[in-house]
Design a protein. Structure first.
Length: 259
């Protein structure tokens, strides 16, 4: 129970306070105050970074439960499941967004049609914000190859922020879904303001497609134009290609100068 401040109140004030505590609503208010104080201490012990918000109640929900013998509701602040602030699992690819559900990633298109095709869609600010859209494979059970080429791909040097240019070629054998081409165009275009080494960018694009689309097989070739007089080519694939897959050469010749 709450005690009067020692030496701070007169005898008349103390008598009035005791009389007030004799009423049922006052007792419930005191219990609620004590419970609120206990929640603050529990939150601090649990290490919540936002424990200070319990005092203001700005962002923490209020839970009303019958906590007393009389059945009167007692308002408790700050009872938030720890899982709400639990760390989210990290994606394997550095270029992948946070782990989201199929619907949040845009894969609701399996029922409602493409998410971006035929719509006015702004260019994403970064690869992490870009959503890749997937639609059902129109030829399920058939082994075939899909190729995307981006001969004017652009990103930025992670040290100098100077532009880097590459010719990307993506080959994959579809599984249950295929990637919608407009969403892929927006995803690749979002690298225009992204700082990354050639190796990180090339492999990261391939890994994100492989993780989300889950194709039978996928490979990516990044043919980068020279920086500092040295062209860099980067290649990555998910594994050995299927035995009966028709796999033509990517058709990008090694870099040569004007000679």
């Amino acid at each position: 129970m709450v005690r009067a401040r020692a030496g701070g109140w007169s005898g008349l004030q103390q008598e009035a306070f005791r009389a007030l505590l004799g009423s049922g609503p006052a007792r419930e208010a005191v219990r609620c105050t004590e419970r609120e104080s206990e929640c603050r201490h529990e939150a601090r012990r649990a290490g919540h970074k936002r424990a200070q918000q319990v005092v203001s109640g700005a962002h923490w929900p209020v839970v009303t439960r019958p906590q007393t013998e009389t059945g009167a509701p007692c308002v408790v602040f700050g009872e938030v499941p720890i899982s709400r602030y639990a760390a989210r699992p990290k994606a394997t690819s550095r270029l992948a967004p946070p782990v989201l559900s199929r619907q949040q990633r845009g894969m609701e298109t399996t029922q409602s049609g493409p998410a971006f095709l035929g719509k006015d869609t702004p260019l994403p600010a970064s690869p992490q914000e870009a959503r890749l859209d997937y639609v059902p494979n129109p030829r399920p059970g058939t082994l075939y190859l899909v190729r995307f080429a981006a001969p004017e791909f652009t990103s930025l040097c992670p040290v100098t922020s100077q532009p880097d240019f590459a010719h990307l070629v993506i080959d994959y054998a579809p599984g249950e879904t295929i990637v919608e081409s407009k969403s892929l165009k927006l995803f690749l275009g979002s690298f225009r303001n992204h700082n990354g080494f050639h190796e990180d960018v090339t492999v990261g694009i391939g890994q994100r497609l492989a993780e989300e689309m889950k194709p039978v097989w996928l490979r990516i070739g990044g043919y980068w134009y020279p920086r500092g007089g040295i062209p860099i080519d980067v290649f990555w694939q998910t594994g050995r290609p299927p035995e009966d897959l028709w796999l033509p050469d990517q058709g990008v010749a090694p870099y040569r100068g004007r000679g």
